[in-house]
Design a protein around this ligand. Structure first.
Ligand code: NAD
Length: 256
């Protein structure tokens, strides 16, 4: 379905971003990966799906590096047709204890980077009159939890940015939508499981159950594969009139 298209997924060396990149590659899209840590393994996984893959190590907290990444993607594959703004970090602390530099990093990586990548992707999408912008927000783009001020503020911002992007392009072939996962067992969440296990003297399994029980009625983690399938739907012709939604995959979290 996506043969000949190019998808750039930020923060795709791990977790949800890698899951979405793989799902888009399975539909034939060429992929530009981004993120830190092991970059060779994810590139090999994508290449094994029979598409072209490239990697750019832009730090998503830096506008100049995002500009370099977007230029690299256009130079390598001609154009970015599908932009997935996924890179994100977390920090958990009460507002009065929240380190100021962590606040700044979370707003920069989780919110401002999506603005930069979007503004830089739109001109070529407009020229082609086709584009898909998918913002990985969170259920925390819709509801809050204590001790996550920067994350909740950034993710509510991402949902707002999604709506504005959708509206400004509503009569074109460019759509913009947000995905709002509940708990997904990636390194970002495993850190929170570990912290709970240490704080409460629990096993890994007990801490996971507690985490799910606090928020997610289904008592199941959403998987990167399920989120990838939703991203593929947003890219399909059937989703042409899905514009500006914030779509939960949260096991009923926000329904409560
Ligand atoms: P993860 O830690 O597995 O992956 C994060 C990715 O972002 C990695 O590839 C990492 O290298 C990259 N990254 C981090 N800082 C970066 C920077 N400055 N520049 C470039 N890349 C950077 O986390 P994940 O759980 O897969 O999270 C991905 C997205 O999904 C985030 O936006 C997160 O907020 C969101 N999300 C996660 C969950 C969850 O339960 N895991 C739930 C809702 C939303």
């Amino acid at each position: 379905m996506l043969k000949g298209k190019t998808a750039l997924v930020t923060g795709s060396t791990s977790g949800i971003g890698l899951g979405i990149a793989k799902a888009l590659a399975q539909q034939g899209a060429n992929i530009v990966l981004n993120g830190f840590g092991d970059t060779e393994g994810p590139q090999a996984e994508i290449a094994a799906l029979g598409v072209k893959v490239a990697y750019h190590g832009a730090d998503m907290s830096k506008a100049s590096e995002i500009e370099a990444m977007m230029k690299f993607a256009a130079d390598t594959f001609g154009r970015v047709d599908i932009l997935v703004n996924n890179a994100g970090i977390q920090h958990v602390a009460r507002i009065e204890d929240f380190p100021v530099e962590r606040w700044d990093s979370i707003i920069a990586i989780n919110l401002t980077s999506a603005f930069h990548a979007t503004r830089l992707a739109l001109p070529a999408m407009k020229e082609a009159n086709w584009g898909r912008i998918i913002n990985v927000a969170s259920v925390h783009g819709l509801v809050a939890s204590a001790e996550k001020s920067a994350y909740v503020a950034a993710k509510h911002g991402v949902v707002g940015l999604t709506k504005v992007t959708a509206l400004e392009n509503a009569t074109s072939g460019i759509t913009c939508n947000a995905i709002c996962p509940g708990w997904v067992l990636t390194p970002l969440v495993q850190k929170q499981v570990d912290a709970k296990a240490v704080a409460m003297g629990l096993s890994n399994e007990e801490a996971k159950k507690l985490l799910l029980g606090e928020k997610e009625p289904s008592m199941q983690f959403t998987t990167p594969e399920e989120l990838g399938a939703l991203a593929v739907f947003f890219c399909s012709p059937a989703a042409i009139n899905v514009r500006g939604v914030a779509w939960n995959m949260d096991g009923g979290w926000a329904a409560q």
